[in-house]
Ligand binder design. Structure first.
Ligand code: AMP
Length: 365
């Protein structure tokens, strides 16, 4: 059975790694000639909206899915005319546009930061009277890893921010003084059954995820975790979602504010490869194939450290008893090129190992 994946980055590669033991074959569509997923399946090198490329991608695949959400609507709709595509276009449409995302949160009673949609510099200037600085101007579309964002500290910086993001449709939102950031990954199958992995604590710097801890290193009130899980499940249910979705949130004063939705496997779930009974990658495949979902129970205290813009000697990481993942990408500043996971029997052992790991990574920087 062959699964088609739009996008051939590291998420596609890890989907392939999870699917091969179950006898699955993979075909990836990616505009670059040798993407990371080429190690685990065939690659069709074409633009996402190239109809001939899409035709080659479709040949002999059972189902199509995504590892990348910024796929043009035309491509998603074309595929849907030929094979089952999960998650459905409705989920991508919401996740591609920060305004649609916020409106979904509001519709479902999920709190999010105070925001205002803006289309012109004048809109932005008047929005700053209700969404007072400090705030963040974010492009509605095509932003990731902190790109397409500009912080506004004072009203006078409106024009600079507007030019910095390229004068595009945007939203301006209050800067949240959060205590910590978190995410919940939910997997939902075709028959509507869903499971969630426990809440994950995430640490970002410069808009890029650096580490994830599950369970969190901070104390989490039980009702906060239950709320986070309820929010992610509510979204999955409302969208009649099939596959894994991630909901990123800010924890502030014991409350949760939704930040972003990812309609795919997510970096904050990479720890599940070694740290959960069934990884997010395997569960995503099971869901899109209509197979029974695997257990989302954890196997211990996990943490994931991203390797960003730098190599590390695999031996220095492996000798700590950590798990090393390299994506086969060219190293460039700010680029996610691999990650390392630790799974331990206690939070103390995990946190100690993460410190040693970070020291070793820093030595290679
Ligand atoms: P995003 O691309 O929206 O997921 O933002 C990336 C990261 O930037 C988040 O994980 C936060 O660390 C930070 N960030 C984004 N929006 C806000 C906000 N409104 N307040 C505080 N930090 C934010």
């Amino acid at each position: 059975m062959r699964v088609g994946v739009l996008g051939g980055g590291q998420l596609g590669r890890m989907l392939g790694i999870a699917g091969v033991p179950m006898g699955l074959q993979f075909r990836f569509l990616d505009p670059s000639p040798a993407p990371p997923a080429a190690a685990v399946g065939e690659c069709v090198c074409a633009a996402y909206d190239d109809e001939q490329g899409l035709q080659r991608f479709l040949e002999g695949i059972e189902v199509a899915t995504y590892e990348f959400e910024n796929v043009p609507a035309s491509a998603a709709k074309y595929l849907e005319g030929h094979v089952p595509v999960f998650p459905g276009w409705n989920a991508l449409e919401v996740a591609q546009d920060r305004l649609h995302e916020k409106r979904l949160f509001e519709k479902l009673g999920i709190p999010c930061p105070n925001y205002c949609a803006v289309e012109t510099l004048d809109d932005l200037k008047s929005a700053l009277t209700s969404v007072a600085p400090p705030c963040i101007l974010k492009t509605r579309r095509h932003g990731y890893d902190g790109k397409g964002q500009h912080r506004i500290e004072r009203i006078e910086e409106a024009e600079e921010a507007w030019l910095a993001i390229g004068e595009r449709e945007a939203i301006v939102e209050s800067l949240v003084e959060f205590d910590w950031e978190c995410s919940v990954l939910c997997v939902r199958s075709k028959d509507g059954t869903s499971k969630t992995y426990p809440i994950v604590q995430n640490y970002h710097r410069g808009g890029i995820l650096r580490t994830s801890h599950c369970p969190p290193a901070v104390a989490v009130p039980p009702d906060l975790e239950a709320t986070a899980v309820a929010y992610a499940s509510r979204i999955a249910h409302d969208l009649e979602y099939v596959g894994v979705l991630a909901l990123e949130m800010f924890s502030v004063g014991g409350r949760l504010l939704a930040n972003e939705l990812a309609p795919r496997v997510h970096n904050s779930g990479h720890w599940t490869i070694e740290g959960a009974e069934c990884s997010q990658f395997e569960n995503h495949l099971r869901a899109v194939l209509g197979w029974p979902l695997g257990s989302t129970e954890v196997r211990g205290y996990s943490a994931m450290v991203n390797l960003i813009g730098q190599e590390v000697d695999p031996c220095s990481v492996l000798s700590l008893g950590a798990h090393y993942h390299w994506y086969g990408k060219e190293v460039r500043p700010g680029r996610k090129v691999g990650h390392v996971t630790v799974v331990e029997a206690s939070a103390e052992a995990r946190d100690k190992k993460v410190s040693s790991l970070q020291e070793r990574i820093a030595q290679h920087a």
